[in-house]
Design a protein around this ligand. Sequence first.
Ligand code: ZN
Length: 289
Amino acid sequence: MRRKRANLILNRYESVWPIDEIAGRKPDSWQGWPASKKFALVLTHDVESAAGQDKVLDIMKMERELGFRSAFYFVPEAYEISQHILEELHRNGFETGLHGLKHDGKLYFSRSIFRRRAKQINRYIAEWKASGFRSPCMHHNLPWLHDLNVEYDASTYDTDPFEPMGGGVKTIFPFIVGDTKTDRSFVELPYTLPQDFLLFVLMQQTGIDIWQKKLEWISRQEGMALIITHPDYMKFNNGTPGNEEYPAEYYRNFLEHIKKTYEDQYWQPTPGEVARFWREQNLKIKDGQ
Ligand SMILES: [Zn+2]
C-alpha cells in the first residue's frame, strides 16, 4: 500500500521531480566553484522543537566525524534556545540561523505582520551573529525578505511540488535578490535535494536512492547540492522510529556515500560561506574584472 502511494507520487511528477532538467542551467558568466571543485555541497537542518534541539549535538558529532560542517536553524520563540548548543556549534565551525520566529504559519499573513516580526527576527540575528534565515514551511515572499538583516535566505527550492507553495525557483545555483529602491540585496540559496520528511515519513522510502540519484545529476550539472534534514524526525541509537521518525542512519549513509563516491570533487562550505562567495563572484562580474 505504502509503496503504491510512493510510486503514484513518483509517476505523477516524473517530469519535474526529483529532477527538473531546466534547473540545471548555469548562470551567465559562470566561472565555477572555488578550487575548481565540481559541485558545492551545503548541509542544513531545521530544528522544529525542543526535542529536535536535544539531538543537534549528536548530528554535529556525526558530521564532524565524517569531516562535514553544516548549519542549524532554530525557532527563537517556539522553545527555549540552548545557549550551550549555540556556543558548541560556533566553537566547531558550524553555523546557526533563524527558522522563522514562532513557526505558527502566520509570518506572511500580511505585510504589517511581516514588518513587525522582521524587527524581532533582526534582534535575534544580531544576538546570535547569524547570517541567514529560513522560513517555516518554506513560505516565501522574496521582496519582503529585504526587511531582514541577513546575508542570505534559504526558503526556496529548485523543484518541489509537495510544498504548500508548490513549484520552485528552477535553479540549482544560488542567486542574488536585489531591491532597486533601497539598494539592499541578499543571496538566495534554494534547497536542491528532497526533504527527509517527504522521503522517509510521507513516502515511506527505506533507502537513500532518490538522494543519490539527484546528487548524481547535480554533480553532473556542477550545481549546488543543498539539503535540509530535521533533527526532530531522526531516530538515533537504532531505536524503533516513531510515527514521524526515520533512522538517523539514513542520513549517515548518505554522508558516507558522498564521501566515498565524490571524494575531492566537492566544495563543502556553510551556507554563509557560499553566500559570501556568490556575492564576491557577482561583484566581480558586475565590475567586469
Ligand atoms: Zn520548520
